[in-house]
Design a protein around this ligand. Structure first.
Ligand SMILES: [Zn+2]
Ligand SMILES: [Zn+2]
Length: 348
């Protein structure tokens, strides 16, 4: 945890598989790795099972809070959806519209997984995009899924390099998904998260057997930082509400740790005594200032209603918004995506 202005910032990873489904390490092993790497929290989501949660395995492992949800799919194994804060796996014959609505009705936190996945060169491994955009009641979407990006960019000539240094080739969320996410936010708040989607699969190239995405490497890539208004409670029930509440409220930002530790990143609207961050709404007025600060220099871009309205190379930035809209920040290092804020809503 670090203190970030008036907030308490916690960094973590989500969309993690264990041996309860198709992951290769047990929950306890995964929790140990997360704690070694210094993550404050992780969110586990095995396919169609809450066994670990129902065995009472949620809780603190050293300093890392481990929370357990699951990944739902429809009867054709499509439309993957992460559900947290629920004790029961929903029926496997429900349509995506039905499991999104039912999750909401039960007070679960629902996040659409790898929504815009394309796997152009992997005929025998189909992609699993989200197709049910008319579903009502999801809280967030993965704007950046490491597995999806890797699969989409895999080409015959770069295969060996991609296998040996998977993080080096990461660029940014796709333009497609950022557009979709902005469109959704024009109507209502929808959180944007970064997901590692880690399984730790072994892979064979000729005689060599390697794990392309070991858990430890993945935990040093896409992170979702949550900003709490109070310190994380040691009480499990309370801590769960704090983490899920911040995600639902979009008080989060996404970073790729490969390009630097983004802890301490700020994106604020207001004045020095009274301000909001991503997820907040503020009326439009002459005195409003949007400001951003990054822990290291980068190319900071302000996006309003899907259009870039300002760009600064440096580590801080201020802007006086004159029109209503949804504002967010993207920070790049050498054209590689580093930090993505959630939206601040002005005059909406
Ligand atoms: Zn999936
Ligand atoms: Zn998954």
């Amino acid at each position: 945890m670090i203190k970030n202005g008036k907030f308490f910032e916690y960094k973590g990873c989500l969309h993690i598989h264990t041996t309860e489904s198709d992951g290769t390490k047990t929950l306890e092993e995964v929790a140990d790795i997360a704690s070694d790497v210094g993550l404050d929290y992780i969110l586990i989501s095995d396919h169609m099972t809450l066994k670990s949660r129902n065995e009472g395995k949620e809780g603190f492992y050293n300093k890392t809070l481990v929370l357990i949800g699951y990944e739902h799919n429809d009867s054709e194994d499509c439309n993957h959806y992460l559900l947290f804060n629920t004790g029961r796996v929903l029926g496997d014959t429900l349509t995506p519209q039905e499991y999104v609505a039912e999750g909401r009705r039960q007070g679960a936190l629902g996040i659409i997984a790898h929504p815009d996945e394309i796997r152009p060169r992997l005929g025998k491994y189909p992609s699993y995009p989200w197709l049910a955009w008319d579903a009502v009641g999801f809280d967030g979407i993965e704007i950046w899924n490491q597995m999806s990006e890797w699969m989409e960019n895999l080409k015959p000539y770069n295969k060996v390099k991609m296998v040996f240094s998977p993080r080096r080739f990461m660029r940014s969320p796709t333009g497609r998904i950022l557009q979709k996410w902005d469109d959704l936010n024009m109507i209502r708040k929808v959180a944007g998260l970064g997901a590692v989607d880690v399984h730790g699969f072994p892979y064979r190239i000729g005689p060599i057997r390697i794990t392309i995405f070991p858990y430890k490497v993945q935990f040093k890539s896409l992170r979702t930082h949550v900003l709490l208004t109070e310190e994380l409670s040691q009480n499990l029930e309370r801590a769960r509400d704090q983490i899920y509440g911040a995600i639902r409220d979009c008080r989060i930002f996404v970073s790729n740790y490969r390009w630097g530790d983004a802890a301490g990143f700020e994106f604020l609207a207001g004045d020095k005594d009274n301000y909001i961050t991503g997820g907040g709404t503020i009326p439009i007025s002459k005195n409003i200032l949007l400001s951003a600060r990054t822990p290291e220099k980068g190319s900071i871009r302000l996006i309003c209603n899907s259009h870039e309205v300002a760009r600064v190379d440096g580590d801080s930035f201020q802007f006086q918004p004159v029109k209503k809209g949804i504002y967010r920040i993207e920070v790049y290092k050498k054209e590689k995506g580093w930090i993505f804020s959630n939206h601040i809503r002005i005059g909406l």
